[in-house]
Design a protein around this ligand. Structure first.
Ligand SMILES: [Zn+2]
Length: 438
């Protein structure tokens, strides 16, 4: 506890200190056959976005594949509707730029509505954003007792909540300080000493879209136990978190001292299959420092693994003055896809072009799946099927015949969501796709 305060106080004394302080108190209604709505308040801080005390000049601009989509009119993959309040024109332009990046990366048939306010906040507070609501969803393959941020729940079910197709209810609530020392340029080149506003908005909207878990402690200032569930529910993020052993975070007694040990063990990783594939086959490390830090711990990537200048550094807990990161990063996008988002076609890098047009059928499947590659060539492939917790449930080597191969005898698998990873044994190129057992 004392060290945690010391950390915050130390940062507070710095003239360069800024903190994003996010609290959202929200309701989750579990729909159990239309009855017994359960309400859960998410009333702890998910993100306090701390800049590091020293300027670290670094610039990661919008990657070319997103830039091309942004520059070609009318081809965004999702529609974000922002209601702005109190913004200066330069702040609004920068906010909209961050929104345009996300809308050219993730896909949803349902408009994502953001309420954005710009106004004076307490000293040292930059602002924040988060989902306005969470829902459990009842769709094939969805894990049980799992809460989804409202924008993702709407994407997965194809429905607006809570009021049906005409609903204009806000999915993400965002507030930013009008008095902080922000840089509002769009060029990813903030001067030393200034905080890049586009990077901050991009980060906070990432939380709003679902980069957050429910892992926390019983008392942020003096933790004695770790806590994961919120009522009966984990967040969809939590389904993909394990320690280095590996043991799923969900398998620990909740709440418990042991769970606190995990949340502060500096040994948590995402086992999302697509996330891992996008991280070069290595499970990416999440931020779990030995001294619990509310608003930084658990719901971010590890700062040391992804420092300023790294293409995957957007969703780390700190931002440095002079640092700009305008790329959601393939690891974050992989995690969003693991959680259920669809990523705009071609966004997730695949080295082997034949994989880009690979087809898996039937999907959903019952007893077998056929994988067809567009090149029609015969080659050897390693096929791994993972469950939602990253466990290998099937591993086979197959040769294609006319570009196709069939995996059989899948009747015994549980009816749920799986990930199939297909690796060319000769080139090492691989791709991971979602499949559903029905
Ligand atoms: Zn954050």
């Amino acid at each position: 506890m004392k060290k945690n305060y010391a950390l915050i106080n130390f940062r507070s004394k710095s003239l360069l200190f800024f903190g994003i302080f996010l609290v959202f108190s929200l309701s989750l209604f579990a729909q159990t056959e239309g009855a017994n709505d359960t309400s859960i308040n998410v009333d702890w801080d998910i993100c306090r976005y701390y800049p590091e005390s020293q300027t670290r000049m670094s610039s990661v601009p919008v990657p070319d594949y997103i830039k091309r989509k942004m520059e070609s009119r009318g081809t965004a993959c999702s529609t974000f509707i922002v209601s702005y309040s109190g913004f200066t024109s330069e702040a609004q332009s920068a906010f909209q730029f961050a929104v345009d990046i996300w809308s050219n990366v993730i896909e949803s048939p349902i408009p994502i509505r953001i309420s954005a306010e710009f106004g004076p906040l307490a000293a040292g507070v930059l602002g924040g954003a988060g989902p306005t609501d969470f829902k459990s969803v009842f769709i094939l393959g969805a894990p049980p007792n799992t809460a989804y941020p409202i924008a993702l729940a709407e994407k997965l079910t194809g429905a607006e909540f809570p009021d049906g197709p005409s609903s204009t209810s806000v999915d993400i609530s965002a507030t930013f300080s009008s008095t902080a020392n922000f840089y509002f340029g769009l060029d990813a080149n903030p001067p030393g000493g200034q905080i890049d506003f586009v990077s901050v908005v991009l980060h906070e909207l990432g939380h709003g879209l679902g980069i957050l878990g429910f892992g926390r402690t019983d008392n942020p200032d003096n933790p004695t136990m770790g806590v994961l569930r919120n009522g009966f529910f984990v967040n969809v993020w939590d389904n993909f978190i394990e320690n280095g052993t590996p043991v799923d975070i969900k398998s620990f007694e909740d709440p418990s001292v042991a769970l606190l040990g995990e949340i502060t063990g500096n040994d948590l990783f995402s086992n999302g299959p697509i996330t891992t594939a996008q991280n070069g086959g290595v499970k990416p490390s999440t931020y779990a420092p030995t001294i619990y830090s509310q608003g930084s711990s658990y719901s971010h990537w590890d700062e040391a693994t992804y420092p300023p200048g790294n293409a995957n550094s957007l969703m780390t807990p700190f931002i440095a003055p002079g640092e700009a990161i305008h790329d959601p990063g393939l690891v974050t996008l992989g995690f969003m896809e693991d959680m259920g988002w669809s990523i705009c076609g071609g966004s997730l890098a695949v080295k082997d072009f034949t994989f880009n047009t690979l087809k898996i059928s039937p999907n959903p499947f019952t007893s077998s799946i056929t994988i067809k590659l567009s090149n029609g060539l015969n080659d050897d492939y390693k096929i791994n099927l993972f469950d939602i917790n990253g466990r290998v449930v099937l591993s086979e080597t197959k040769a294609t015949s006319n570009g196709a191969m069939t995996i059989s005898n899948l009747d015994n698998l549980d009816d749920t969501l799986y990930f199939v990873r297909i690796t060319n044994k000769r080139s090492g190129a691989s791709i991971t796709k979602k499949v559903i057992k029905n």
